[in-house]
Design a protein around this ligand. Structure first.
Ligand code: C2O
Ligand code: CU
Length: 536
């Protein structure tokens, strides 16, 4: 699954260059967060830390507190959960002092919802955060103007088919001391979803602080596949951070104190399930790993040493039609990969999981053989391709970059339209549309639509410069189909630089107002997000 995109490559090179720079910097002093020479803050070099001294933490499963009636649905009672958002201090590594974090339910990543398809649930999300933010707010960013409460939060279940009033609209934030109870019908296929903060203008800071967690949906059909389960099914949540030398979070700022927003944040320190360089003891048998890229801006390109067999069995919205043997797994922010790795041929060895930029963790395979009753079935679940002819509308939507002023930062937009402008995308409930996402920029943007799942039709390079200057569209390559491991249902699509990515979207679910946006959190917070309306 090699991705042959210039931009993707370039980005990897840039990321690797950062990693290389970090590696040659004096121990414990490396530095990448700088827009010019005036802002230099020493940050922790991960190479100064011992590797593989902490076991991989596993998320705590959320427990319901009885049943409650669903508002507006008389007679329907569902499990009720209460999850506080709180400041905590967490150990990211054996040799670092505790780090101040914000958490859902006491850990980062937060408590994990382990749920069944078609079994709805209610969650009361309680904001018990402190009154002041500890990361640098940019008051010039939309929705974060001075006078707006510094600490505010609203939860979105990413990938959830959720009614609009429970979807966590970015402007539906609330302050410490308040809570909201959201209803998740869970009427959707089994998949690994995740929940995270979505407060307008500070989402990047709230998620960086730790406001994210997993939500797994299962069903009978999936259970019958006999995939590795129980302790052989392990979630891996990947993200990166900059840390100060004392282990506290450091969020980079620009050289302009009036506009601290940074267009891209790639942390130097990799974490897996909230730990730096953890290890996991495994048996020589098959495991299922449910991987989420929860980073603000980093694309991960994951690999294991040659000879270790990896099959991808699922993507953002659940199982693929059949397992796909992969050598690398590319995950943009918010994308998920469901992987089966067989450790049976590797008894008594240690295996590193790596990204192009850094090593992430170590698997320690025990020596004694064990029985493995789990299966890797030849087929998983039918995913019929949606016919293009079923689309009632095709929208051409650009991903734009603009200079805001001579010294000011670059800004990004969707369809040249800022967040606060009237809604322009109004699909009709029950219809299918094709969205042509034309990326005019030199960056990859992971584009996510709330509520719906979609399929990627194809990608095609075009002359973005000519398009911008003359308005004429000239393709410079034939259309390429999605990668074999993208052939399932998606909710986030990698839109490569100077490429038109076409997605086909059945708008099913609920009428109402939702959002679509770039899931690079720095972009999302600074205008690369738009509302859309599903009309009846
Ligand atoms: Cu991961 Cu708008 O969301
Ligand atoms: Cu973006």
């Amino acid at each position: 699954m090699e991705i042959d995109s210039l931009t993707t490559r370039r980005r990897f090179l840039r990321q690797s260059a950062i990693a290389a720079a970090a590696a040659i910097a004096p121990r414990a002093f490396s530095h990448t967060m700088r827009r010019d020479a005036t802002t230099v803050i020493p940050t922790l070099d991960p190479n100064s830390l011992a590797r593989f001294v902490d076991p991989l933490p596993l998320p705590v499963v959320a427990q319901p507190q009885g049943d409650r009636a669903v508002p507006g649905r008389p007679g329907e009672r569902v499990p009720f959960y209460r999850v506080p958002m709180r400041a905590i201090a967490g150990k990211l590594h054996r040799d670092l002092p505790p780090t101040n974090l914000w958490s859902y339910g006491g850990s980062v990543p937060g408590v994990m919802f382990d749920t069944q398809s078609d079994q709805g649930l209610l969650v009361e999300w309680v904001n018990e955060l402190p009154p002041n933010h500890f990361l640098p707010i940019d008051y010039s960013v939309h929705g974060a103007e001075r006078g707006t409460p510094e600490v505010r939060s609203v939860v979105h279940l990413h990938g959830g088919k959720t009614p609009p009033e429970s979807d966590g609209y970015p402007e539906d934030w609330y302050v410490p001391g308040q809570s909201r109870t959201y209803y998740y019908p869970n009427q959707q296929d089994p998949a690994l979803l995740w929940y995270h903060d979505h407060a307008v203008g500070i989402t990047r800071l709230n998620i960086y602080a730790g406001l994210l967690g997993l939500h797994v949906i299962r069903d009978q059909a999936e259970q019958h596949l006999q995939l590795p389960n129980g302790k052989y099914e392990v979630p891996l949540v990947l993200y990166d951070r900059h840390l100060h030398l004392d282990g506290q979070l450091s969020y980079p700022v620009s050289a302009d104190p009036a506009h601290p927003w940074m267009p891209e944040v790639l942390g130097e320190v990799p974490l897996v399930n909230g730990k730096i360089f953890p290890y996991l003891e495994v048996k020589p048998r098959k495991y299922r790993f449910r991987v989420l890229n929860a980073a603000n801006g980093r694309l991960y390109r994951l690999s294991l040493p040659q000879g270790v067999e990896v099959h991808q069995i699922g993507t953002d919205q659940g199982l693929l039609p059949m397992p796909v043997a992969v050598t690398h797994v590319l995950l943009a922010p918010a994308e998920r990969a469901d992987l089966v790795i067989d450790f049976a041929p590797h008894r008594g060895t240690r295996i590193l999981l790596s990204d192009d930029a850094f090593t992430l963790m170590e698997f320690r395979v025990s020596a004694a053989p064990v029985p493995d009753p789990s299966e890797l079935p030849a087929t998983l679940r039918p995913v019929p391709r949606i016919a293009e002819s079923s689309a009632v509308k095709t929208r051409w939507l650009t991903l734009d970059e603009l200079k805001k002023g001579v010294a000011a930062s670059m800004g990004m937009l969707l369809n040249k339209t800022p967040w606060h402008m009237p809604i322009t995308e109004k699909p009709v409930l029950g219809t299918t549309e094709i969205w042509e996402l034309a990326n005019l920029t030199d960056d990859v943007h992971p584009i996510h639509l709330h509520l719906v799942r979609f399929q990627i039709l194809d990608r095609r390079r075009f002359d973005a410069f000519q398009y911008v200057t003359t308005g004429t569209l000239r393709y410079s390559s034939p259309a390429t189909p999605p990668d074999p491991n993208e052939m399932g249902w998606k909710d986030t699509a990698r839109v490569n630089a100077r490429t038109v990515t076409r997605i086909i979207v059945p708008f099913r679910g609920y009428p109402g107002r939702y959002v679509w946006h770039c899931h690079n959190l720095e972009h999302e917070d600074n205008e690369m997000m738009r509302p859309y309306l599903i009309s009846n």
